[in-house]
Design a protein around this ligand. Sequence first.
Ligand SMILES: NC(=O)C1=CN([C@@H]2O[C@H](COP(=O)(O)OP(=O)(O)OC[C@H]3O[C@@H](n4cnc5c(N)ncnc54)[C@H](OP(=O)(O)O)[C@@H]3O)[C@@H](O)[C@H]2O)C=CC1
Ligand SMILES: O=C(O)C(=O)[C@@H](O)[C@H](O)C(=O)CO
Length: 275
Amino acid sequence: MKQITDCTVLRNGVQMPWLGLGVYKTQDGEEVIRAVTTAISLGYRSVDTAAMYGNEEGVGQAVRESGLTREDIFVTTKVWNSDQGYETTLQAFEASRRRLGFDYIDLYLVHWPVRGKYIETWKALEKLYKEGYVRAIGVSNFQIHHLQDIIKECEVKPMVNQVEYHPFLTQKELHQYCESQQIQLEAWSPLMRGELLNHPTVTDMAGKYGKTPAQIVLRWDLQHEVVTIPKSVREERIRENSGIFDFELTPEDMLRLDGLNQNRRIGPDPDNFNF
Ligand SMILES: NC(=O)C1=CN([C@@H]2O[C@H](COP(=O)(O)OP(=O)(O)OC[C@H]3O[C@@H](n4cnc5c(N)ncnc54)[C@H](OP(=O)(O)O)[C@@H]3O)[C@@H](O)[C@H]2O)C=CC1
Ligand SMILES: O=C(O)C(=O)[C@@H](O)[C@H](O)C(=O)CO
């Protein structure tokens, strides 16, 4: 059985925890510092931020003041859409690194596949990787055709693809493609921002296992070998969301959850976004 600090091993050998704290819509300063500090004290060893979230400074401060060494915590950040392009990505990276206050970043992602820009952006990530400023590089919201485009052009293949993923959007083909390319899939909005937690299949299963609906859904991620990064700013939920390492869903219950798929998104469609 996996433990809270257990990691997946990315293609280049870098270890990335299966569970991380998401901090979208968490305010910079006191709120994000409290959330990250709480998560670390409860055993989380990974934080997912982005330049767009506007809270890299607080994330960096919480990590630096955690009492753990920098190597103990895996930090992801992302280049925002308006910064895509080769030189602008290098500048955006430096700005993120300065706000975080780190010598290096563990995982740097291309946030969205901005048409006409993402290949150049990727080349900038390759340079950062080769120069040792980032331990791993990846993408986010990339569909199979975006990944194929990058793979055709790149020297270093993406190591991670962070996408919307939950039982209403199981992304089966994308997941299989990523596995075939040794690209680790990572789930954003794993709780569908709370929307699927009242579904009767999920609440029934919560009763059966003596777990909460959120724990059922997050455990489903782990058993599908998908990294998961639920967001909360409340201590009791940060704790609850980490209580997923002491039980196992049966194969039948995994299939029941898979069967909830409706290809339904809570966020934008990567082939049709405009921001
Ligand atoms: N790459 C990308 O494009 C994207 C990446 N992300 C990343 O993924 C992370 C997670 O996704 P996010 O969109 O935040 O959505 P989540 O699915 O993680 O849901 C977060 C919401 O659910 C609530 N919540 C958290 N835990 C529980 C619980 N146990 N029971 C009931 N409600 C709960 C939170 O409220 P409260 O805080 O009040 O507890 C919040 O409103 C983000 O924070 C971000 O890091 C997200 C979107 C896009
Ligand atoms: O949170 C993120 O990382 C996102 O990119 C999204 O939330 C996205 O910006 C969005 O949902 C815009 O409506």
